[in-house]
Design a protein around this ligand. Structure first.
Ligand SMILES: *[C@@H]1O[C@H](CO)[C@@H](O)[C@H](O)[C@H]1NC(C)=O
Ligand SMILES: *[C@@H]1O[C@H](CO)[C@@H](O)[C@H](O)[C@H]1NC(C)=O
Ligand SMILES: *[C@@H]1O[C@H](CO)[C@@H](O)[C@H](O)[C@H]1NC(C)=O
Ligand SMILES: *[C@@H]1O[C@H](CO)[C@@H](O)[C@H](O)[C@H]1NC(C)=O
Ligand SMILES: *[C@@H]1O[C@H](CO)[C@@H](O)[C@H](O)[C@H]1NC(C)=O
Ligand SMILES: *[C@@H]1O[C@H](CO)[C@@H](O)[C@H](O)[C@H]1NC(C)=O
Length: 412
């Protein structure tokens, strides 16, 4: 371990006494036009050295053994921040952890090289403050998650290197704020070529940004696409999920009494096949969730829910839920939701035994009725398309409600 004896030079310039300019002993500091270049590369440093000149512009700490960047790393002992640093070279260290707010202080940074380290969790929020960044090298690390807004403030960023990490996906829109970008390296990441990555195939092909090493931008999963180029990924015909609930009996004009049997069918569409679940919220705020199996076994007519609930609800793998004997306890909202790579959709049937509360017959939520309603997404409005027929007897054919009218926008 090196000792941190400081070598300070008192600079006297004409009649002005300049600030004491120091340089950690292990570094060499060059003064060019009063701008300091501090070269601390190849020194086996374990931490950012203290005593760096406060007017350092370029700081090279490459090829050391730094494991941790602490929040105070770039603040000198008198609390003066290395505010003027425009280039920070930290490649080929052993950095695992970068504490929050460490980088955010360096608001003049134009060039940041963190490549060839061991970063898993990067403090992405810090990047938002580095609005002057032009070059960002984060390649050859072990990062897994890339938030969609990671680069959203970096209007001047020209070159971004995130290749050789462990990103399995990149969310559409991740690069859309990078209006100055001309060079993007994303190769050698273990991409999952599912619906949510399909945009990247087209984006790489159409973008004016240079995206080198296309031959190494490869699908790692799913198995049948393993090794395929992302740019050659087949069209997946992805469709956001839709949900519709049909039910019997038709209760729009029929009151629902205790001991009636009610059948609700949840029909879903979407590609890939959505994961479907029923959520029942009773009047007593009891909450039951039943997830349907994704693979339907050929001949199984038995309910999938266990004994604790199947006296009250029978949930079948085909999406049907049967309430064998209605009672006040079964009053509630029966919501079916479907989720796939492209988003989520849900639909709710409200099931209420007649004779509760006010006897209002004109409102939408008629007593003793089933009302289905779709939960709205923020942008799209869903219509509940209904076909009501008059007073069908119990067990009559299911009435088709809200068919396809409730597809949600994909959540991007
Ligand atoms: C910290 O910065 C101040 C102000 O520029 C400077 O006077 C002081 O010498 C620096 N301290 C060290 C230890 O580098
Ligand atoms: C980074 O920017 C945010 C939002 O502008 C600000 O609240 C925060 O204090 C900044 N962080 C630092 C360390 O300057
Ligand atoms: C059912 O949903 C409606 C709104 O959609 C809500 O007002 C009502 O409280 C819910 N009922 C229960 C039992 O949670
Ligand atoms: C019901 O439970 C699920 C999972 O525990 C939860 O996500 C959901 O918010 C709950 N719903 C209500 C209305 O309490
Ligand atoms: C789903 O399966 C159950 C049990 O086999 C059956 O009663 C019900 O009619 C089926 N629903 C549909 C929509 O086929
Ligand atoms: C619901 O409507 C769709 C489209 O019109 C139709 O294909 C489907 O068979 C209907 N389902 C029932 C249960 O009537």
């Amino acid at each position: 371990m090196a000792s941190w004896r400081l070598v300070c030079v008192l600079a006297v310039w004409t009649s002005v006494l300049d600030l004491a300019q120091c340089c950690p002993e292990t570094c060499s500091c060059l003064d060019k036009y009063t701008h300091q270049f501090a070269d601390c590369a190849y020194k086996d440093l374990l931490l950012v050295p203290i005593g760096l000149p406060s007017n350092v512009i370029t700081l090279s700490l490459s090829a050391n053994k730094i494991k941790l960047l602490k929040a105070k790393s770039f603040i000198n002992v008198t609390q003066v921040i290395l505010l003027q640093v425009t280039s920070l070279w930290l490649a080929h260290n052993e950095i695992v952890t970068i504490e929050r707010d460490t980088l955010a202080l360096l608001i003049q940074l134009r060039n940041l090289d963190l490549s060839y380290n061991k970063i898993i969790n990067f403090p992405w929020k810090d990047l938002a403050n580095l609005t002057a960044l032009q070059l960002l090298k984060m390649n050859n690390n072990e990062m897994i998650n890339l938030p969609k807004d990671a680069f959203s403030t970096l209007k001047d960023l020209r070159s971004l290197r995130i290749n050789n990490n462990k990103f399995t996906t990149i969310v559409q829109g991740t690069f859309s704020s990078l209006s100055s970008m001309s060079h993007l390296q994303i190769y050698n990441n273990p991409f999952t070529c599912s619906c949510s990555l399909e945009w990247l195939r087209d984006w790489i092909t159409e973008s004016k940004i240079s995206v080198p090493e296309e031959d190494y931008i490869i699908c790692k999963a799913p198995e049948h696409l393993q090794g395929a180029l992302v740019t050659k990924m087949p069209k997946l015909n992805c469709k956001a999920p839709t949900v519709s609930i049909t039910y019997q009996p038709n209760l729009d004009n029929t009151e629902l009494y205790e001991d009636f049997m009610v059948v609700l069918n949840c029909e879903t569409k979407g590609n890939p096949k959505p994961e479907v679940s029923w959520e029942v919220v009773n009047a007593g705020n009891q909450n039951f969730t039943f997830s349907l199996p994704s693979v339907v076994s050929a001949k199984s007519d038995s309910p999938i829910n266990d004994k604790s609930t199947n006296g009250r609800f029978l949930v079948f793998q085909n999406g049907t839920i049967i309430i064998p004997r209605m009672s006040r306890k079964e009053d509630g909202n029966y919501s079916c939701s479907a989720v796939n790579d492209l988003g989520k959709a849900d639909s709710t049937a409200k099931v209420v035994v007649a004779g509760e509360g006010e006897d209002g017959q004109d409102g939408e939520e008629v007593e003793g009725s089933v009302v289905t309603e779709s939960i709205r997404g923020s942008t799209s409005k869903f219509e509940v398309c209904s076909e009501y027929s008059d007073r069908l007897p119990l067990g009559a054919e299911a009435v088709n409600i809200s068919e396809d009218g409730n597809g949600k926008e994909p959540s991007r």
